[in-house]
Design a protein. Structure first.
Lengths: 81, 81
DNA sequence: CACAATTTGTTCGTATGTATT
DNA sequence: TAATACATACGAACAAATTGT
């Protein structure tokens, strides 16, 4: 049973995806200091383009919920749970 | 005389590059069990990014024409000539 | 054993072009 | 026109395997 998301119409996918990830961090499904799935992985999981995932992650980064290190990955901030 | 490729428009470079390498294997310019030029070398030769070369090689690998050993290189399969 | 060079793989960032709405 | 979404392409950093010194 894969969590294949159904995206609601009239709301941009990248905003919905940011919401999904935000919820997973808030609920502790993704813990502080732990890495998010890679862009490529999220792209495949949700069936969206890399660029769309990058846009979603950028939102979370702007909110300070995650920190990104190029070449390593994106990690959940400590102030996110 | 370097084979500086002119890439046609409207066809992705990585697909054209895969075609070039495929032709070289089919014609015997690159023999079975022999290594392809390294990614860095192909990148310089054809004036494209590493990622583009990797995408081209991935196509050939998916087709079974080459096999890759990380740290060693990519080698032409026996069923490719 | 340690170290560096080479090689592939993986990661994220950015920019551009195209199509759709 | 603008925003969204996808595909392509380049740039850069990090990791791991291999090889040679």
């Amino acid at each position: 049973m894969v969590a294949m998301a159904e995206f609601a119409p009239d709301v941009p996918v990248y905003i919905q995806l940011a919401g999904i990830l935000r919820d997973q961090m808030a609920s502790g499904q993704i813990q502080p200091r732990q890495p998010l799935p890679s862009i490529a992985h999220l792209s495949q999981t949700y069936g969206v383009a890399d660029q769309t995932v990058k846009k979603a992650i950028r939102i979370l980064r702007d909110e300070g919920l995650v920190h990104t290190w190029p070449g390593k990955g994106t990690f959940v901030s400590e102030q996110s749970g």
